[in-house]
Design a protein around this ligand. Sequence first.
Ligand SMILES: Cc1cc2nc3c(=O)[nH]c(=O)nc-3n(C[C@H](O)[C@H](O)[C@H](O)COP(=O)(O)O)c2cc1C
Length: 311
Amino acid sequence: MILAPMQGLTEVLFRRVYNHHFPSVFDYAVAPFVSLTHGNLADATKKIDDILPETNVGSIPVIPQILGKEPDEFIALGNRLADLGYTELNWNLGCPMRKVAAKHRGSGILPYPDEVRHILDTVIPQIKTDISVKMRIGLTSRDEIFRLVPVLNDYPLKNVTIHPRLGRQQYTGHPDLETFANVLPLIKHPVIYNGDICTLEDYNTLTRRFNDIADVMIGRGVLYDPTLPLQIKSGKKFSPEEKKLSTALFIADLIKNINSELPTDEAKLRKIKEYWCLLSRSLPITEQQARTVLHASTLPQTQQLILDFIQ
Ligand SMILES: Cc1cc2nc3c(=O)[nH]c(=O)nc-3n(C[C@H](O)[C@H](O)[C@H](O)COP(=O)(O)O)c2cc1C
């Protein structure tokens, strides 16, 4: 089981606290992307703190991810990461942000299999790490993945993670499991499924239907219910009381770490509220109760309200 990359949420602070509370439930995490910018590797390397081995002591084992289409920067950053001990680099072919996709980055490159071939052709002979990819089924059409798979099959990729939505869908609608089912037998690499696994039932239904996937990657489901991976591992659904107990301890520790690591009260407040919006779903409280925290304006007020809910 793999923790999905989520910018702003699954950086090392989260991964470390999570691993402390739920040790070894994830085999590894893919880190939120580091963006390559043409001719500006320095900019990308500035952002690798999150994946430095020394920063990740005690964290979930991590695979770095890059977003971009510049072969030279891809190779240079990959080889720098290889020198730090990384053996795999994940290439983001799924980011749906319009500004990103417009530049043929993330999901924006999915309609252009020749560009993907050119990048893999250039990068693979020169990079010291294995390459894996994380992709959507297309930018605007599900036909795109069927044109891309023969290209991906020509290269020695470590694995292919598929989030079966289109880029232009962002996170709306449902994962397109029909397309996933049709494309799965065509891919010669190990395939990892990703998308909308939020309960033990979701996991069971999906893995029963697709028993030849290599693994699953879970993102938002872990924030809606941090005990979900443990439930999946044990095959046992947790009661609301069990969920509350583990989630409360986890939230308290996450807040403690945010307080000690973020620089300003403003940054702390913003981050605590971001996590609260998602994690509060795992507590036996109403949406209206959860919202009271979002209306609090100071850090002490916010923390006190959260403490009242998790005690
Ligand atoms: C806030 C947020 C940030 C994300 N950041 C990244 C990222 O940096 N790299 C990436 O490949 N996917 C990113 N994703 C997509 C997730 O990794 C995942 O593919 C998506 O959330 C679907 O899986 P889920 O339903 O299990 O959450 C992000 C998603 C969200 C909601």
